[in-house]
Design a protein around this ligand. Structure first.
Ligand SMILES: [Mn+2]
Length: 356
């Protein structure tokens, strides 16, 4: 936490500047405390978590030894006290978080110049790309919860069960297994619906010969996991086998490019070029992956236009897919940690096609 605040402080253009962190995710990132309201205010001389009465006792207990914790009656009064005491003249705000309405309120209420064009949101996302050991452990825990729940759910998969029942059961299992919440609306779709990369579970019943796509993830102490598996029910046609094998090979080719020093474009190209060479380029319309952490999608984007260089302790997904309209789709996704000697696949569930 202290180190993160030092990194943030390095962004300050001069000794009279300060950063006001307002988003839930970044307040948690810089303070270690989760709340639905409040702010983190970082100057050259101090770092303060400002919370209201509802959170003060818990916040002070949890992080009071690492950051000043102030209980405010009126947020702006408390902020202005710090501003006056430390002679702050410029307050940089999180440009991705503040609405137009909030901005005019900030400008009216803060006794310093409020700066919007500093792009601090993007700079913080760059910091968040590199995960600490603790963050990595939390993401792995979220993944373990997902896997345990998924393996139990597979016993529940049979003809006549609906897509919606699968998603409800899986959410229940995840929470029972320790998830704080699910990482996104779980995708449990089947048959023709699998050609929709982000299809919504419906009342459609599972039928023999269906592909079933599970795009699923849990949150553990703020950190997300993301995994996709496609399985077949009853049997798979030759065409289903063929498409599945192409996607799995594309996934493995992309995985081998996940090496510190390579770019996101290198990873995307490996999957995309292979799918294109097999004649299905038009059926792969999304990126190969994305960063995962405090948000389900964060920097970097694993795509041919993203030249972000992979570095140790980044976590990205690898999730190529082929979607044939009105027929079926296949996607296979794991999270990968960039390590000294290449990569670590953070999922333990096999990727070979299983037929239930
Ligand atoms: Mn994903």
């Amino acid at each position: 936490m202290v180190e993160r605040i030092s990194r943030l402080r390095e962004f300050l253009p001069d000794k009279h500047s300060a950063v006001l962190i307002t988003s839930d995710v970044n307040r948690f990132y810089f303070s270690g405390f989760k709340s639905s309201a409040g702010a983190v205010f970082v100057t050259n001389y101090s770092a303060t978590l400002l919370v209201d009465f509802r959170y003060f006792e818990a916040a002070d207990k949890k992080v009071g030894d690492k950051i000043n914790v102030i209980c405010y009656k009126k947020l702006f009064d408390s902020l202005n006290e710090i501003i006056a005491k430390e002679q702050v003249t410029t307050v940089i705000i999180e440009d991705d978080d503040v609405t137009v309405n909030e901005l005019s309120k900030l400008k009216r209420s803060i006794n310093a110049e409020v700066v919007t064009d500093f792009e601090v949101s993007s700079k913080i996302l760059d910091l968040r790309m590199i995960k600490s050991e603790t963050e990595i452990e939390k993401i792995i825990t979220a993944q373990k919860i997902t896997e345990k729940s998924y393996l139990t759910l597979l016993n529940f998969v049979k003809e006549g069960v609906t897509e919606r029942q699968l998603s409800v059961e899986l959410e229940y299992l995840m929470k029972k297994n320790g998830a704080e919440r699910i990482a996104f609306d779980l995708i449990t779709i089947s048959g023709k619906n699998t050609s929709l990369p982000h299809g919504v579970p419906s009342d459609k019943m599972l039928c023999s010969g269906d592909f079933i796509t599970f795009d699923i993830g849990a949150v553990y102490d703020g950190y997300h996991s993301d995994m996709t598996r496609t399985v077949a029910l009853g049997y798979a046609t030759d065409e289903m086998h063929k498409i599945y094998d192409i996607v799995l090979t594309a996934h493995n080719k992309a995985a081998h490019k996940i090496i510190s020093g390579n770019t996101c474009a290198d990873v995307d190209n490996a999957a995309r070029n292979y799918i294109v060479s097999k004649g299905y380029g038009e059926c792969f319309g999304h990126t190969t992956g994305h960063g995962v952490g405090l948000e389900i999608h964060e920097k970097p984007t694993v795509y041919l236009s993203d030249d972000t260089v992979l570095r140790n302790n980044m976590i990205i997904t690898n999730e190529p897919g082929i979607y044939i309209p009105s027929k079926f789709g296949v996607r296979i996704e794991d999270m990968y940690l960039v390590t000294d000697n290449g990569r670590k696949d953070l999922a333990f569930i096999e990727k070979e096609l299983i037929i239930l």
